[in-house]
Design a protein around this ligand. Structure first.
Ligand code: ADP
Length: 273
């Protein structure tokens, strides 16, 4: 954006000096657009279950007043819709809390293997209920990264919940931790692997957008809010970690978070800080 401003000339006469100002408003404008889109989407997502609740309340007060069977059925649907609103609100609050902290540095040394093990233990009962099993492949060496343990728990819980939601019955979900080097620096890759339907390539780059969902016609997936991967992305940004998604339709998906690995020496210096 270019603006041309006449510079006032003190001792009268016509201004003959002009100031040409270049503004780069693209980023500000884009941020503003994303924010307003988000508010519109969030309101829409909340309004849908609310409209359904209102509709059922009216039916219960009117036509279904004396129909015990219908009443039970409608109350069950209403409970589901209220649950959906509550999950949406929880995820919206998580997302805004995390976005506020996005620029704060993380400094605690965290053992990634312990985080993954804990997530596997916590989510195994849920996975079993859904007909899947969680396996871990973590190696034996401790792998340290700078991080916030609660936020990292949330990253891998979200990824494992997705792997279970979109995974195939009777299949495994694998939590894998490997180490290596990238441009001479030590890295750690923490992956969640599933053998579900996968995601078509054209959707992959958009999966971490807020409310972006792919319709897979799976009733378990209906429970999702479309915010899980946006939360993952924001937490990983704070950790300067990268999310990599590999997926093959019909074969499964691997979601990998790549961290800078701390050496034992940096662990000591972090502790002293
Ligand atoms: P949701 O609440 O819908 O799961 P997410 O942000 O966690 O929201 O995920 C966004 C979309 O990415 C999902 O709706 C789904 O289409 C796709 N997705 C995420 N994880 C997987 C997976 N493991 N396998 C297949 N598709 C996935």
């Amino acid at each position: 954006e270019i603006e041309v401003l006449p510079v006032p000339v003190r001792d009268g006469g016509n201004p003959s000096i002009f100031l040409i100002v270049f503004y780069d408003r693209t980023v500000a404008r884009q941020t503003e657009r994303i924010r307003t889109d988000f508010v519109a989407n969030a309101s829409h997502e909340l309004r849908t279950p609310l409209a359904s609740l209102t509709g059922f309340i009216e039916t219960l007060q009117g036509p279904a007043q004396n129909d015990a069977v219908a009443r039970e059925k409608f109350l069950a649907i209403m409970r589901d819709q209220a649950g959906r609103m509550s999950r949406l609100i929880d995820d919206l609050l998580s997302l805004s809390r995390i976005e506020m902290k996005r620029h704060l540095p993380v400094s605690q040394p965290v053992e990634l293997g312990a985080i993954l093990r804990k997530v596997a233990d916590q989510l195994s009962p849920l996975a079993n209920d859904m007909g899947l099993s969680i396996e871990t492949d973590l190696g034996i060496d401790p792998v340290l990264v700078a991080g916030e343990p609660d936020e990292l728990m949330q990253v891998f819980s979200n990824l494992v919940e997705n792997a279970c939601k979109y995974g195939r019955d009777g299949e495994r979900v694998v939590l894998r931790l490997t180490t290596g080097e990238e441009r001479g620096r030590p890295i750690a890759d923490a992956s969640v692997v599933d053998f579900g339907p996968g995601v078509a390539a054209e959707h992959v780059p958009r999966l971490t957008e807020r409310f972006y969902r792919v319709d897979v016609g799976n009733s378990r997936a209906m429970k999702g809010t479309g915010l899980g991967l946006a939360i993952v992305r924001n937490i990983l940004l704070r950790h300067k970690a990268r999310l990599m998604i590999e997926s093959q339709v019909g074969a499964g998906s691997t979601f990998t978070a790549r961290f800078q690995r701390l050496s034992d020496r940096s662990q000591t210096s972090l502790k002293n800080n």
